[in-house]
Design a protein around this ligand. Structure first.
Ligand SMILES: Cc1cc2nc3c(=O)[nH]c(=O)nc-3n(C[C@H](O)[C@H](O)[C@H](O)COP(=O)(O)OP(=O)(O)OC[C@H]3O[C@@H](n4cnc5c(N)ncnc54)[C@H](O)[C@@H]3O)c2cc1C
Length: 367
């Protein structure tokens, strides 16, 4: 007999672990599965800066602010050992960016403070421009994923296929009522081409140093506060890298070079390199919810390619939590809570996360 669960969550990054956490809070019997281990993908490579979005008042910024406050509450109350509330400085890249920051300031709804170049200098940070400090921001230790998965059954396994038998999902040796796919940039288990989820490669270097730095900061790279003698530097910008490529000292040296324009990195000694992919989609907004049965829709909707709309049919009892972009540690808890409530109580998921938004745009391009 297969062991049966209410829900199997595939992928144990921050998306999968936070989903499993909220499902368990709501009383579900959950199995968490990952082929590389907990936080073995992008979440383990991440600098895991917990940093708000700065920008004009677009829906994505409002969503990001709400998710930030939700995650702040969760991390500081329940995961404080894995969350260093160092504050994060957002520093403009150049004069043009500094002008944009002037505009962005009026849209900031989160607690913040302006740091002048003089004040930054007193902290050992070089910048010709004013920066914005977000005191609630900080850094998560990727081991927060393991902490979220505490008390949840976990299996190291590479899931190659999913099958349905008598309304149950069969996943390797196990069966479940529901499946949650939280597999990051790897999306080959089902046809979800319409979501256009792509990987963006990035790397992080950990450096041993005596340099005293109490704040974390973000310019075009992220630099953490000094935590137990280690400063983390990370970035994810490499759009052309399609697979996880091994870390090399050359790319990490590039991070250090950029960091040295901001802080004194003369005694930095490389102690660890981490590389990985983060998953994003076309509109840089998380996608959380049901999955459309693409094959059925294309075969049974005669004029769909001409733009005609049909009622959507979904694959039953399978859900997705993905495309968290460069802010996985900001978005995941909110998205996970929305999804878990939907699965357990039927409550509608925040419509801004709904993957359906991507379907008809994708279909139109098929013609
Ligand atoms: C270098 C780098 C720096 C980053 N810095 C930050 C940062 O400072 N702040 C921030 O918020 N975000 C950052 N990000 C982004 C952040 O890491 C992602 O948003 C986040 O990791 C997404 O989490 P996830 O759970 O969706 O994906 P992942 O963490 O990639 O998890 C997906 C998991 O699914 C597993 N999996 C896939 N397919 C299968 C299968 N068939 N069977 C079993 N298991 C499977 C994988 O092994 C993987 O562990 C960074 C990313 C990188 C790469």
């Amino acid at each position: 007999m297969k062991h049966h669960y209410d829900t199997i969550v595939i992928g144990a990054g921050i998306a999968g672990c936070s989903t499993a956490y909220f499902l368990k809070q709501l009383g579900q019997d959950v199995l968490l599965v990952d082929k590389k281990g907990i936080a073995g993908g992008g979440s383990g490579a991440a600098g895991a800066f917990f940093s708000p979005k700065v920008g004009i008042d677009l829906p994505i910024k409002q969503l990001s602010d709400e998710a930030f406050l939700f995650a702040y509450e969760l991390y500081s109350k329940h995961f404080s050992e894995h969350f260093l509330q160092s504050g994060i400085l957002r520093i403009p890249k150049d004069a043009t960016d500094a002008q944009k920051f002037e505009t962005y300031r009026r849209y900031i709804t989160l607690e913040h403070e302006i740091y002048t170049p003089q004040k930054l200098k007193e902290l050992g940070i070089q910048s010709d421009f004013e920066a914005i400090l977000f005191p609630q921001a900080g850094i998560c230790d990727p081991s927060i994923c393991e902490q979220m998965a505490q008390g949840i059954e976990y299996e190291l396994s590479d899931i190659k296929e999913l099958n349905q038998e008598n309304d149950l999902w069969i996943c390797g040796k196990y069966s479940a009522q529901n499946i949650v796919l939280a597999t990051g940039y790897e999306t080959d288990l089902l046809d979800i081409r319409y979501m256009s989820i792509k990987g963006i490669w990035g790397n992080r270097g950990d450096f041993k140093t005596q340099f005293k730095l109490d704040l974390s900061m973000h310019k075009n790279i992220s630099i953490s506060a000094n935590f137990d003698g280690v400063i983390k530097i990370g970035a994810t910008h490499e759009l052309d890298v399609k697979e996880v490529i091994p870390c090399d000292e050359k790319s990490v040296a590039g991070l250090l070079e950029k960091a040295s324009s901001l802080i004194d990195s003369s005694d930095f000694e490389l102690t660890g390199m981490h590389c990985g992919m983060r998953a994003s989609n076309r509109d840089y907004t998380p996608t959380v919810g049901k999955i459309i049965d693409v094959e059925y829709m294309l075969q049974n909707s005669p004029n769909i390619l001409d733009g005609r709309r049909y009622p959507l049919r979904y694959i039953p009892n399978i859900y997705l939590h993905n495309a968290l972009g460069a802010r996985g540690f900001v978005f995941a808890p909110y998205c996970a809570s929305e999804l878990a409530q939907h699965i357990v109580t039927g409550k509608a998921i925040d419509a801004r996360l709904d993957p359906d938004r991507l379907f008809y745009n994708w279909v139109r391009k098929l013609k």
